[in-house]
Unconditional design. Structure first.
Length: 174
């Protein structure tokens, strides 16, 4: 087995990234969101949207994938922090998903480490992220990586069910 490699995502990765994202939602959010919503998620529809975003991309979002032996195992996306419609000087981790059968193997850690490294290199003073309040596994993962909940909450609703998010932050200047 070769070492895990993190690289920038290519258009050819869109199908696999969508598979990871949809399966990640279905695994991580089971019991936190309506099962009917999770069951209705479509890898092919997600991939079609992702290809469109990717080809229209303006460079504001950096998509990374982690691969081993040519197989994409995880995906992360980050860019400028979004405060409403405005972008700030801070960074935001928009998403990070690992193939559910690969959880615990260092894939998520490698993606998060590289996102933090690139955010720091770009001169962002902080990195923020939002996580579903009830997703205790993800919250522990971020806390072990030096992120802390800062008390901000965001309402989020899925098919009429409240699924609030909490904001985490990490200083990138230290």
């Amino acid at each position: 087995m070769t070492a895990l490699r993190v690289r920038e995502m290519t258009l050819g990765d869109c199908d696999r990234v969508s598979e990871i994202r949809v399966r990640g939602w279905q695994s991580a959010y089971r019991g936190l969101m309506p099962q009917s919503h999770l069951d209705a998620l479509s890898v092919s529809e997600d991939a079609e949207r992702r290809r469109g975003w990717f080809t229209r991309g303006d460079g504001d979002v950096l998509n990374l994938v982690a691969e081993r032996d040519g197989e994409v195992l995880g995906w992360a996306a980050h860019g400028a922090y979004r405060d409403g419609e405005a972008r700030t000087s801070d960074a935001e981790l928009y998403a990070i998903y690992v193939d559910p059968v690969r959880l615990g193997g260092g894939v998520g850690r490698a993606l998060l480490t590289e996102s933090v490294r690139r955010g720091t290199a770009a001169g962002h003073p902080r990195m923020y992220l939002w996580v579903i309040e009830g997703n205790t596994a993800a919250r522990r993962f971020y806390e072990r990586a030096g992120f802390q909940a800062d008390g901000e909450r965001e309402p989020f609703e899925v098919d009429g069910v409240q699924v609030p998010e909490v904001r985490y932050v990490r200083d990138l200047t230290a």
